[in-house]
Design a protein around this ligand. Structure first.
Ligand code: SF4
Length: 385
């Protein structure tokens, strides 16, 4: 039981599958994924984009394979990147087989759309032979005709039925290494479909609000929809869909997960909106500070507050705190305690220095703890011999 039960999220129990080396479902951390928007056949541009995506912290990347050349390009792409690739296929079963043969770790394909039973069998065989998992991706905008006729319009029940129909095909082929998504651009529809699916099966769920819009509107819409799902424990892997740079999608996904304490990565800055009481330019400081701290991956909290109204209280809860004081004499807090004052100095440069020092200290402690654990395990193994 946690000390603060109001912060506890009980995650839905789901089966564990793998996308390459990344576990999805079970007790695995909720993985973050995005999708490239380069031409897959332009290997150089695609690899460069994936490397930026990796640096932003993505665990998985999806790459479109609309033609044979793209599916074959995966061979070279996957050699030059560190994170596993989900090949986005849609209809053509041959592309799925080629992608599996050329390094994809997961195939995004709906078995009900592949065609004949022979083709489904061949795709499943390729997935099994090459250690690929599959994502069934149901989309409200492309529901099967019979379901639209049965239900009259895209609705949660139709989406769940579609997902379970596809799932049954894979189950019939003794293939259970799959995850499912039921996306819609309508938040109500997407949330209700995921809630229904979460009740109906224990497969891991890839959650997302599809075609959510541009950076600002899409972030808000995704945060509402995915926030509701994550808060209720639903979701094993997440993609935020934005008409924006994929790196933004990764950053937004992390902010969501960080807000709900589901993942921790990098510096979380807590800052006030500023007002006439501010003793330094809070907005400008935070803007530059966030850019200069983007390289830090160690989880840490930093509060940057314009004056003493809320500064000391926020600083108590953060690793490093900064509160504006009169006459340009600001207060710096370390581990919640007042530590030193800062007068007429470069605030951002000072805080970046403190964060880097703290990050190095945390990483060194982690490495030391890992070394001690390894020594203990080695000693236990020796004793057992
Ligand atoms: S903490 Fe101070 S400066 Fe910031 S918004 Fe509140 S009163 Fe204004």
């Amino acid at each position: 039981m946690t000390v603060r039960p109001y912060r506890h999220i009980e995650r839905r129990k789901s089966r564990l599958i793998h996308v390459g080396k990344v576990p999805v479902g079970g007790d695995a951390p909720i993985s973050v994924q995005t999708m490239t928007n380069t031409l897959t056949t332009d290997v150089k541009a695609t690899v460069e984009q994936i490397q930026r995506i990796e640096q932003a912290g993505a665990d998985i990347v999806r790459v479109s394979c609309p033609d044979q050349e793209s599916a074959l390009a995966l061979r070279q792409i996957t050699r030059e990147i560190a994170i596993p690739v989900v090949a986005d296929i849609h209809f053509h079963y041959k592309r799925a087989i080629e992608a599996a043969e050329n390094g994809a770790a997961c195939l995004r394909i709906n078995p009900g759309n592949i065609g004949s039973a022979d083709r489904v069998r061949d795709v499943v065989k390729a997935a099994k032979d090459h250690g690929c998992s599959i994502r069934i991706g149901v989309n409200a905008g492309s529901l099967e005709k019979d379901l639209l006729e049965k239900y009259g319009e895209p609705c949660p029940e139709a989406m769940v039925e579609s997902a379970l129909d596809h799932a049954r095909i894979l189950e019939d082929h003794d293939f259970l290494d799959f995850k499912i998504s039921v996306k819609a651009s309508d938040v109500f529809l997407a949330v209700a479909a995921y809630q229904g699916l979460a009740e109906a099966c224990d497969y891991p769920l890839h959650i997302g609000i599809t075609e959510a819009g541009g950076l600002r509107a899409g972030t808000v819409k995704s945060s509402i929809g995915l926030g509701m799902l994550l808060w209720s424990g639903i979701g094993d892997t997440i993609r935020v869909s934005l008409s924006a740079d994929p790196v933004e999608e990764v950053q937004v996904a992390y902010e969501m997960l960080k807000s709900l304490n589901l993942r921790r990565r990098g510096v979380t800055v807590i800052s006030c909106p500023s007002c006439a009481r501010q003793q330094f330019n809070v907005i400008k400081t935070v803007e530059v500070l966030e850019q200069r701290l983007a390289h830090i991956t160690t989880p840490m909290t930093v509060s940057v507050i314009g004056c003493v109204v809320n500064g000391p209280g926020e600083a108590r809860e953060t690793d490093i705190g900064f509160t504006g004081g009169g006459s340009n004499t600001h207060q710096v807090y370390i581990a919640g305690q007042p530590d030193h004052r800062l007068k007429d100095e470069d605030i951002v440069g000072h805080l970046v220095g403190l964060v880097e020092k703290k990050a190095a200290q945390i990483e060194a402690e982690k490495a030391e703890a890992a070394r001690i654990e390894a020594d203990k395990a080695g000693a236990a193994a020796e004793a057992a011999e």
